[in-house]
Every structure is written in C-alpha cells, then in structure tokens.
Design a binder for this molecule. Structure first.
Ligand code: ADP
Ligand code: MG
Length: 235
C-alpha cells in the first residue's frame, strides 16, 4: 500500500484530455475538426503528435496550452479544468506554467538573444533579481552563450530555434508545447533541437508535446499519437 503511494507522483498525468471535440462554424457550415480525443501527458515525457497536414494537430496543441477550448469534452492541466475556465484564467495559468515554440521561432527581431529570453521572464513576472542568472543558464542549456548579443537575423535557423527554446523554458514551465519545431530546419539542426529537448526534460523536469511528420524525429519520442482526420489511430 505505501509502495503504491510512493509511486504515485510519477503516475499522475500532468495533463489529461477526455473526449475532446472541436467544431468550427464557417459560414453556414460546421466543420468537425477534432472528433473525440483522449490522451495523457505524464511528467518528464517527450510526446509527439504526427499526422498529415489538416488532420487537427495544431488545433489540439492549442487546446493543450489553453489557447482554445474544446466544443465538447475535458482538458485538465494540473487539476485546472481548462474547459471550465475563461480566457483570463487560462492565460494566467499559461503564462506561469506553459511554454510555446512555433515553427517560425517567433522571436522579437530587434532584441538580442539575451533580451528575447529576458522578455519571457518579464512577462511571467519573475523577480528582476533572478533574470541574469536564469537567462545565462537557459542560453547555456541551448548552447548559445556565445551568441547572447546577437539579434535573430544574425543567427542560423537552428540557432534561432534554440533561442526560442531558451525563451520558452526560461520561466520554468511544467509543459512545453512545440508546433513543428523542426520543420524549417535541416536534419542536422533538427537533431540538435531534439538533443536540446532531451537535455531539458532531464535537467528542467519539463514535459514536451510536439508535432512533427519527420520519421527520424519520431524515433526519439517516449510516445507517439497518430492523428487521422481528427481522431487518434489505435496504436
Ligand atoms: N479557426 C478555424 N476555423 C475554421 N477551420 C479551422 C480553424 N482552425 C483549423 N481549422 C481547420 O481544421 C483542420 C485542421 O487544422 P490544423 O489543426 O491546423 O491541422 P494540422 O496542424 O494537423 O495541419 C483544417 O481543415 C483547418 O482548415
Ligand atoms: Mg499544424
């Protein structure tokens, strides 16, 4: 009995999705994009969503991060029922506990790598006294200490994506969501990004959920969900 209790923390999902559906009203038509999704993300996992373009991956990822809510069903993040919370409540949780990475990096073009990472601490309300150490640590984690003063246009795509990763983890989120983070990168830079993901799962205790179509990248996942037309294919 006590052994069960001791093992519990690793078994409690960080995020769980039950019967999630999403329909969009376009003109007079209802488009059924997600048709009943069940999934779980557990602590310190690297989970991937694969599927053809248009299958619903981005729609689902946005819901996992509380950017959108399901039309039907439940999404629970750390005991917070996202499906019952309003925009402001979800935004507050997202700012504190979730990080996002996009295919096109989404960095501020006029800010240096250092300033981009610092901006996310400012947004999260991290005390200013902690900024310097944390920014330095995050840039080191992604191997960009020497590029701290460079602006995005002075960096390669892979380096820009690594700045975006440093920025997304700076405020110590429990969950990192990445929408096709390697799609714009060549295979070597993509592999570097995946190595960084593995490293931060171990050292920062974060769970990562990402979308990809790349078969070599899917190999490093702890779990893969395959989306086919708004549903997961049984694996
Ligand atoms: N806001 C929206 N309004 C209407 N249709 C949408 C909206 N968002 C997504 N869709 C539709 O949902 C489907 C799935 O899109 P998406 O989740 O972006 O797929 P994926 O990321 O797998 O390529 C597409 O057919 C897309 O056109
Ligand atoms: Mg997409």
């Amino acid at each position: 009995m006590s052994a069960d209790i001791a093992e519990q923390p690793a078994e409690i999902p960080l995020l769980s999705v039950r019967g999630a559906e999403r329909t969009f009203q376009v003109g007079g038509q209802k488009i059924h994009v997600l048709k009943g999704i069940d999934m779980e993300l557990r602590p310190n996992q690297l989970v991937m969503l694969k599927g053809r373009s248009g299958s619903g991956k981005t729609t689902l990822l946005n819901m996992l991060g509380g950017l959108d809510v399901p039309t039907k069903g439940e999404i629970t993040f750390r005991n917070y029922p996202f499906h019952q919370l309003d925009d402001d409540e979800r935004t507050a949780i997202r700012r504190r506990d979730i990080g996002f990475i996009f295919q096109t990096y989404a960095l501020m073009p006029l800010l240096s790598a250092w300033e981009n990472v610092e901006l996310s601490l400012r947004m999260a309300g991290t005390p200013r006294a902690e900024w310097k150490n944390r920014v330095a640590h995050c840039l080191e984690l992604v191997g960009l200490t020497k590029r701290a003063d460079h602006r995005p246009y002075e960096l390669s795509g892979g380096e820009q994506q690594r700045v975006a990763i440093a920025k997304a983890i700076a405020h110590r989120p429990a969950l990192l969501l990445a929408d096709e983070p390697t799609a714009e990168l060549d295979s070597q830079m993509g592999a570097q990004v995946m190595a960084v993901f593995r490293e931060i799962i171990a050292s920062e205790r974060v769970t990562i959920c990402m979308t990809t179509h790349d078969p070599t990248i899917l190999e490093v996942a702890d779990h893969v969900y395959e989306m086919v037309d708004g549903r997961f294919k049984a694996s």
